[in-house]
Design a binder for this molecule. Sequence first.
Ligand code: TMP
Ligand code: ASP
Length: 236
Amino acid sequence: MVKAEQMYEGKAKKVFATDDPNICIVSYKDDATALDGLKKGTITGKGVINNRLTNHLMKLLEKEGVPTHFVEELNDRETAVKRVTIVPLEVIIRNVAAGSFSKRFGVEEGVVLKTPSLEFSYKNDDLHDPMINEYHIYALGLATKEEIATITNYAFKVNDFLKEYLLGFGIELIDFKLEFGKLPDGTIVLADEISPDTCRFWDAKTHEKLDKDRFRRDMGGVEDAYNEIMRRILGE
Ligand code: TMP
Ligand code: ASP
């Protein structure tokens, strides 16, 4: 596989074409942003951790019956993935109140939800990724009913698996964001990343935050938190 021109640069990753029209290379950066890119910084080593962790979890999820875009880890920061059209939705699952859920509904952070919740945001930076409901999604033609049913089923499957898996490492899965893509034949696959950038991970005993909230909220100890997650899950 030969790396070709850069197709896209996002806030945390770059995407390159390859000589295979069905394969892209994702390259993870140490750049971190928050508040729609208003707050910028660097989390040293984050790209390596997010790349390796995402691939590890996607391989496990494939075995659980969730198809993903993962093809092959090329090096510490770069991974070959299937070329997809991203469904322009952020799919957010929550087990415990935190972040925007706590703000929107006036529920203290840390309150365990009676049942896991799922919400969608419309991926659109100009509009600041507004929350969107299923009727809006169909009205705008962002995905079909069948696609949303598949995405919803996969998202809860990811939650069921990850929650248990992470608890084995003393990590409580508070909430997380997924993105899905469509292969040329229309198959829906899990795409993007699963990392401390896109999940809230709390220490199961102390409730210490081990994720990007430490950067978002200027709490310090950001690199240590990413390293701790890597150490617990990948054992290094
Ligand atoms: P929220 O509470 O700010 O809505 O975030 C919910 C989850 O989604 C949390 O685990 C962080 C993740 N997330 C992203 O991955 N990207 C984003 O742009 C935002 C706002 C949240
Ligand atoms: N990555 C997002 C941004 O820069 C926000 C976040 O993760 O909090 O807007």
